[in-house]
Design a protein around this ligand. Structure first.
Ligand SMILES: Cc1ncc(COP(=O)(O)O)c(C=O)c1O
Length: 290
């Protein structure tokens, strides 16, 4: 299938306060963000024209920028409004939404405190993030670990923290990352849950992104009286898990069939939470998140 490059599509992109034609959303090669990774972004999904947990995503975008030392020049309300505007303009009620904020090209020193902070928001149709979502995906072990929180901006959804290519080249859908202590952390862009004898276990998010989907799923599980334990999980505990799944805006809830030497069968807990998550994203049930 021929790839349609992302810079050559029809549609609209909200760019620094204005809605502009898709192909005109450009920046210069001497832009701080592409040299030093000074960019933060969000991944959101609209269902039936409404972005799920929009406010939480807009707030996290602002917080991510602050962690990297810059202030996005828009409020949560303004980012929410801009997001709604671009979702409507592109005319696809079910779509993926990508806000990105970055340091511009006024200064090229590492610090660049006086560079302009830009914000753009694009949307496009994006079905399942993982091709084998329904039958369960295969993960390998990641080469890199999630670092200690005092060595990298682990709470920020910052560009430069994403390393999936090796897993894909080896024929896997994704990789499970350990943290600097050797404990289970997350997949490269999604959080992980284990079902062990009817109880859900998930690592404490002390050195990786505490996903909005992760928090939603914890709420959904509690609604079903499924116990959720947030704790340190060692890799060999995967041997005791009957079901494993990933959570994330792109991944939604994706069952896992294999991680390295461990095998799992997508089962009733994963299935029930997938149903509930579908209802939550369609606005049929409300799940407040912590
Ligand atoms: C590193 C990382 N972990 C976890 C997640 C899941 O977060 P959320 O559920 O908020 O999309 C994401 C996706 O944004 C991510 O990039």
């Amino acid at each position: 299938m021929a790839l349609v490059p992302f810079d050559d599509r029809d549609g609209w992109i909200w760019f620094d306060g204005q809605m502009i034609p898709w192909r005109d959303a450009k920046f210069h090669v001497l832009t701080h963000a592409i040299h030093y990774g000074s960019a933060v972004f969000e991944g959101e999904r609209a269902y039936g024209g409404k972005v799920f947990k929009l406010r939480e995503h807009s707030q996290r975008l602002i917080d991510s920028g602050r962690i990297l030392g810059f202030e996005i020049p828009y409020t949560v309300d303004q980012i929410d409004a801009a997001t709604k505007e671009v979702v409507a303009a592109n005319g696809a009620p079910d779509c993926y939404v990508r806000p990105i904020a970055w340091r511009g090209s006024e200064m090229m020193g590492v610090s660049a405190q006086h560079s302009k902070i830009h914000l753009a928001i694009a949307t496009w149709a994006w079905g399942n993030y993982f091709a084998d979502k329904d039958k369960g995906i295969r993960l390998t072990w990641a080469k890199y670990s999630r670092p200690a929180p005092n060595t990298a901006p682990t709470k920020s959804k910052a560009a430069g923290l994403y390393m999936i290519y090796e897993a894909e080249s080896a024929g896997y859908a994704d990789a499970l990352m350990l943290d600097w202590r050797g404990q289970v952390a997350e997949a490269t862009g999604a959080n992980v849950f284990l079902a062990i004898d009817g109880v859900l276990h998930t690592p404490k998010p002390d050195c990786f992104l505490d996903g909005i989907t992760r928090r939603t799923v914890i709420g959904l599980a509690k609604n079903r009286q499924i116990q959720v334990v947030e704790r340190a999980i060692w890799p060999d505990e995967l041997a005791r898990a009957q079901e494993v799944f990933l959570t994330g805006t792109a991944a939604e809830i994706t069952p896992v069939s294999e991680i390295g030497e461990y095998k799992f069968t997508p089962g009733s807990i994963t299935g029930a939470l997938m149903d509930d998550f579908g209802r939550a994203t369609r606005g049929e049930i409300d799940v407040p998140i912590a």
